[in-house]
Write a protein that binds this ligand. Structure first.
Ligand code: GLY
Length: 338
């Protein structure tokens, strides 16, 4: 009798395993479709660099680092990396974070003189027991790691900063340095298509693993020492390999207040689609500032573990780039609340 019971138990176990196998196989196949998404139109070129790695079966972490380095070294890009606009004192200070499929993360904030903060963030993650290094300490660590110390203030950025100095009245609230009725040196309004910031990049690799990267020079003409959402894990970037990943762009103070990217991932965990999770995270920001969002732009971008992507912004004008085996350079306008 005991043998029969054991036999029955083993048979039930075996058949349930057999039944479970196709479902797991389907999930594995679905997860194996590599994809990378990035904020804004400069995400197209960044995605191409990431896709070089993903399309060969490479790791999502390597892909997002390689992708983020593209706008960091683009001299036409005044909101990320080397040619980023300086702070109020004329100093270029950069923020970046990176996170992998195991929940490892690293970040640098207000780092000066280093053209690729995303790579320093990765070294923080891989070579130290810490998550975030700031200012002089981040620079010292970068130099110890072999990064070149450079002057990042380009002649064009300096000219724009000096022009701002002539007219500037600093009012230290979020988004104050470039009001929506005020032309920016970039020729647009903060948060619109001509004056966007921050590359946030999320990738799913052929092994079904997610990683993310986020890098920016932050708000132009900010107070020296101001740090936005981009290097704050959970605000500008969050990755949970069991659920999905999210990143943000726009006025970092509002994203930090709402722990935006963590919120998006948690909403996806509760079953929301990437787009719906981003929409809800935007709604939380608006709820806290019902009368103050007219001039405010924040956009979220999310990628779930199946490779579904979605985004949402407060204002029109936010777009995100998608690259996978079927489309190499798609640029998608995000939906917005206003
Ligand atoms: N989202 C970039 C910043 O606020 O610094």
């Amino acid at each position: 009798m005991a043998d029969r019971r054991t036999f029955l138990k083993d048979s039930i176990l075996a058949s349930s395993l057999l039944l479970a196998t196709p479902a797991r196989a389907t999930a594995a196949v679905k997860r194996a479709s590599a994809r990378v998404v990035s904020t804004w139109d400069f995400g197209v070129a960044a995605n191409a660099a990431a896709w070089e790695i993903l399309s060969k079966g490479g790791r999502a972490l390597d892909a997002v680092e390689a992708g983020a380095r593209v706008p960091e070294q683009d001299l036409r890009n005044h909101s990320v990396g080397r040619a980023g606009y300086p702070d109020r004192d004329g100093r270029v200070t950069l923020d970046a974070s990176i996170m992998d499929e195991h929940g490892n993360c690293g970040a640098v904030a207000a780092i000066e003189h280093i053209a690729h903060p995303i790579s320093v963030a990765r070294r923080v993650m891989e070579k130290t027991p810490h998550v975030l290094l700031v200012g002089d300490g981040a620079l010292q660590f970068a130099i110890e790691q072999g990064f070149a110390k450079e002057d990042l203030l380009t002649p064009e950025s300096e000219t724009a900063w000096r022009a701002w100095l002539k007219t500037a009245h600093y009012d230290p609230v979020a988004n104050s340095e470039v009001k929506s009725d005020q032309a920016t040196p970039a020729g647009g309004v903060r948060g619109d298509a001509r004056n966007h910031d921050t590359i946030g990049m999320l990738a799913l690799d052929a092994h079904g693993n997610l990683s993310g990267a986020c890098t920016t020079s932050g708000m132009a003409w900010k107070l020296h020492g101001r740090v936005g959402d981009s290097p704050i894990i959970g605000a500008g970037l969050y990755v949970d390999n069991d659920v999905g990943a999210a990143t943000s762009t726009g006025v970092g103070e509002e994203v930090i207040r709402n722990v935006g990217s963590f919120l998006v991932v948690e909403l996806m965990r509760q079953g929301r689609s990437p787009e719906d999770a981003c929409r809800e995270a935007v709604a939380r920001i608006i709820k806290r500032k019902p009368h103050g969002v007219k001039d405010l732009q924040v956009g979220f971008l999310a990628l779930n573990r199946h490779g579904d992507a979605g985004a949402w912004a407060i204002q029109k004008g936010f777009s995100y780039a998608v690259c996978d085996a079927s489309k190499q350079d798609a640029l998608i306008p995000a939906k917005s609340t206003f």
